[in-house]
Design a protein around this ligand. Sequence first.
Ligand code: NDP
Ligand code: 8X3
Length: 260
Amino acid sequence: MQTKANPKKPIVLITGATSGIGRASAIHLAKDGYRLILTGRRAVTLKKLTVYLESKYKADCYAIPVDVRDYSTLKNSFDKLPEEWKSIGILINNAGLAAGLDPVQEGSLNDWNQMIDTNIKGILHMTRLIAPGMIARKKGHIINIGSVAGKEVYPKGAVYCATKHAVEALTLGMRQDFVPYGVKVSSVCPGAVETEFSLVRFKGDQERADKVYDGFVPLQPEDIADVIHFIITRPAHVNIQDVLIMPTAQASATIIHRQV
Ligand code: NDP
Ligand code: 8X3
């Protein structure tokens, strides 16, 4: 199929493209002619997204259904990338989740492991695989999706907040390590965005998830995609290091003005 992808634009790899911010970013960037490598665990959802992007926007997509926690499968998949997909210019480390909302004394070890392994090790795994190519080419851009939870801590959210504080530290550390090579590192840190995030956090409890967004207008995933697009389209000498983006009705992690 003839694609409309612009070969002069960098290849963008988005983790967690099957839903929410990752999916919205894939659509936004496909519209603008970027070639996309899209990942996520849900293979069928990922396939449907690539078919949609290819048919609607004539996008050039490569799907890798994979779990960011599984380094050896990730490595194997990236080692096998066709030559024309190997020079990844932009990595969007987006895959992540909150599991549960509990005080530490009642927390579930499974939830903790899932958050720590996905939100922290997932970013490390992806960056370890992709950054060396950027460093060798002396060009590249990594965008980590942090959170207001990486800047504040809220009750019952200690472990999720700790993982997002770790994303903050990793972003700063990567920037220090990569600066001699001209590789940009940015973070985008949203407040409440209406995605599958709360449904996942509350393990499929739709009613509880809906309550999170009751009485105010939350951010939409497209709002974050728009910011990501802005960040990656700055001139070579400009790096937007960090963006904290909140709904107008949200003053902090815990203060949301709800109309009830
Ligand atoms: P969604 O639940 O809608 O999307 C999360 C994405 O991450 C899905 O595509 C999911 O894909 C993927 N994912 C989760 N675990 C894994 C894994 N182990 N391996 C590969 N992919 C995985 O939530 P959001 O879009 O809201 O979340 C995206 C990022 O934004 C996360 O890092 C989140 O912490 C952050 N964030 C979200 C906010 C919000 O209010 N929504 C606010 C601030 C930050 P699949 O299930 O197919 O694997
Ligand atoms: C997601 C936003 O406030 O639910 O990172 O932790 S919050």
